[in-house]
Design a protein around this ligand. Structure first.
Ligand code: HEM
Length: 353
């Protein structure tokens, strides 16, 4: 709770507005390197972009130099979890198998990135007022600073949490938009209306980007980056008629609930327009929970939704998206709901540009 309180300060409304500017600036830097006719691996691009944004906003760090190492670390750590349901999971944990060694190497690389961040920050501490400075300045109940292991663990969580899921929402959103040109046209029409000739959206535009918001919400319904959350029962209890003894691990799956026809008509279809105010109000509380719920609900959700909206808007303001070839991309659930193969997006000039 103490760490949560500290971390939450980084997401106050006045800070979010500043982050919006940094998000747009970083997105434009990326988009400046894109050209009509390009085929882009959108997950790769979005991971790099979301990492630069999170590192810039939350840690005042420039991650461009280490972007490819971070991608490699993410790939390796995720791939190890593919074995989680097999005996290899136990063997890889205990013995120096190739997977075990790859994982250890990835952890060493991650630790180095994190400790370099901390050292650089401590050197230039007075210059910053960001999340990392807050965590470094935090004191525990006895007035002592957090120990280095706790700080490292906290930073590793935030480091991954702050960019991987956002990159996935953006990738799946681009995939769905490319497959549904009519939805894409409706977003473009909204952008033309709201931005009135400006190339870039800003934080003040967000409340009026209603349809774009529905698109992102619907993308997170069909492809929730966290496809389940888990809890352990502290006491014996009953849930939906099932006896749950203390100590039981209970999983709640967004993937399943978000596709339940009791709550969503045509649950497999991409229909952003379903998200009217009336529908949203009538929906039972946990029929839609991409950010979890309860005391451990995601602390970065406003940051994430703002980032997703601004980037979708910035991309569609500049390019029309289609899929390179006839691709169906199935999700591959390893830790998060990743694309099972590359999502190759073709960038086209907007008609009339
Ligand atoms: C679309 C993007 C995101 C999704 C879908 C997402 C989803 C989630 C979910 C489902 C949880 C709850 C896990 C549980 O209940 O066990 C969670 C927790 C958390 N998220 Fe996010 N998240 C996103 C973006 C972010 C961002 C941008 C940050 C920024 C730092 C962040 C930081 C965290 C942290 C620190 C927690 C742990 C909170 C705690 O345990 O008290 N997330 N997230």
């Amino acid at each position: 709770m103490r760490q949560r309180r500290i971390t939450q300060q980084a997401f106050h409304r006045d800070r979010l507005e500043k982050y919006a500017e940094a998000m747009i600036e970083t997105a434009h830097r990326t988009l400046a390197g894109w050209q009509a006719g390009d085929d882009r691996d959108i997950y790769d691009e979005m991971r790099q972009l979301a990492l630069e944004i999170a590192a810039g906003c939350l840690f005042n760090a420039d991650m461009r130099r280490v972007g490819s190492i971070v991608s490699e670390v993410c790939r390796t750590t995720a791939s190890v979890f593919e074995n989680q349901g097999s005996p290899m999971w136990i063997i890889d944990n205990l013995l120096p198998t190739p997977n075990h060694l790859r994982f250890r190497k990835a952890m060493r690389q991650l630790d180095k990135i994190i400790y370099d961040l901390v050292i650089d920050h401590q050197r230039r501490r007075s210059e910053f007022d960001d999340l990392l400075s807050m965590l470094l300045a935090a004191r525990n109940e006895t007035g002592a600073p957090s120990d280095i292991q706790q700080l490292r663990d906290e930073l590793a969580t935030i480091f991954f949490a702050s960019h991987e899921a956002v990159a996935l929402v953006l990738s799946w959103s681009c995939y769905l938009l490319a497959r549904h040109p009519n939805v894409q046209s409706a977003v473009v029409a909204e952008l033309e209306d709201v931005l009135e000739g400006r190339t870039s959206p800003c934080a003040a535009d967000l409340p009026r980007l209603r349809y774009t918001g529905m698109v992102v919400r619907e993308a997170m319904r069909l492809y929730p980056p966290n496809r389940s959350v888990g809890r352990e029962a502290l006491n014996d209890c009953e849930i939906g008629g099932y006896h749950v003894p203390a100590g039981t691990q209970v999983l709640m799956s967004q993937w399943i609930v978000h596709r339940d026809a009791r709550y969503f008509d045509d649950p497999e279809d991409f229909k952003p327009a379903r998200w009217t105010a009336d529908f949203t109000e009538r929906l039972p509380k946990y029929a839609y929970f991409p950010f979890g719920g309860g005391p451990r609900i995601c602390i970065g959700q406003e940051f994430a939704v703002m980032e997703a909206l601004l980037i979708v808007a910035a991309i569609l303001r500049k390019f029309q998206l289609s899929l390179s070839g006839e691709q169906i991309v199935e999700p591959h659930p390893v830790v998060l709901l990743r694309p099972g193969k590359r999502i190759m997006i073709k960038l086209n000039d907007r008609e009339g540009d």
